[in-house]
Write a protein that binds this ligand. Structure first.
Ligand code: ADP
Ligand code: MG
Length: 244
């Protein structure tokens, strides 16, 4: 699980990207982190994964504080960032082995994982080529594999469906469901409501750095009985949909 406690992040003096947010991501469920562009989703996920340091507040991955105990915290999650354009000069296989080394994944486990997930994503034959030669979707697939190779208890993804073809997107949704069904936690951000509606057990809605709602989709609908669709509720909560 993830515990976010009174977390604030400012850029410069005036720009408050994330404003005193407190929420949790439970085990055994998929949590959707939803908000318009510029709402503070990526900034939050970067703080959760230790890429950015909060100005105030604290974040725990299971029982490890990401600021005070970063190594222990980092062993417990896998992160798929919103830009898959990393390690371009490694082959897919070199990248996966690099991640396997970093997370001390035994050779046999690693080999089985790469075979099975490579097949599921249909990229097993391309793993010998450089990531530079991959399409956006293939890069995304290899980054997803790298995030899961150590079977982390917490899986965090920033706008993961972007650039995936329908088949890969379907496969990714299945993987997220499997992860949650095995008692682990999944947190993913999206500005696409339809994805959240089909996939999430819980949603956290953010606008201008502030949490507007957290709870299940049923609770959300119950809170706005007059609204006919999730889209209307979302617009009600997030205004014109533009935060920048
Ligand atoms: N490095 C940065 N410096 C200054 N402002 C930033 C920086 N990163 C993000 N922001 C601003 O913080 C706000 C939240 O951005 P972000 O977390 O990327 O939003 P989201 O992922 O929800 O689209 C936006 O207004 C964005 O312009
Ligand atoms: Mg973002």
């Amino acid at each position: 699980m993830i515990t976010i406690n009174q977390v604030t992040k400012k850029f410069g003096k005036d720009k408050i990207a994330v404003n005193n947010t407190t929420w949790t991501v439970p085990d055994g469920a998929i949590t959707g982190f939803i908000g318009p562009n510029g709402a503070g989703k990526s900034t939050t996920l970067k703080m959760v994964t230790g890429v950015l340091k909060p100005d105030e507040g604290s974040i725990q991955i299971n029982d490890a504080d990401i600021t005070k105990n970063p190594l222990k915290a980092k062993m417990q999650f896998g992160f798929v960032s919103d830009t898959p354009d990393n390690f371009l000069h490694l082959t897919g296989m070199e990248y996966l082995n690099f991640m396997g080394d970093a997370y001390k994944v035994p050779g046999k486990v690693r080999k089985e994982f790469i075979e099975s997930y490579g097949k599921r994503f249909g990229i097993e034959k391309s793993l010998g080529d450089k990531i530079l030669s991959y399409s956006h979707g293939m890069r995304q697939k290899v980054m997803i594999m790298g995030a899961l190779i150590h079977s982390p208890s917490v899986w965090i993804l920033d706008e993961p469906m972007t650039g995936l073809d329908p088949q890969a997107s379907h496969e990714l949704k299945l993987m997220m469901k499997e992860h949650a069904a095995s008692g682990k936690s999944v947190l993913f951000s999206t500005h696409v409501l339809e994805v959240a509606e089909k996939l999430c057990d819980n949603v956290v809605i953010i606008r201008k750095g502030e949490i507007k709602f957290l709870g299940s989709l049923d609770e959300l609908k119950a809170k706005f009985p007059a609204e006919t669709s999730l889209e209307n509720i979302f617009l009600e909560l997030t205004g014109d949909g533009k935060d920048n």
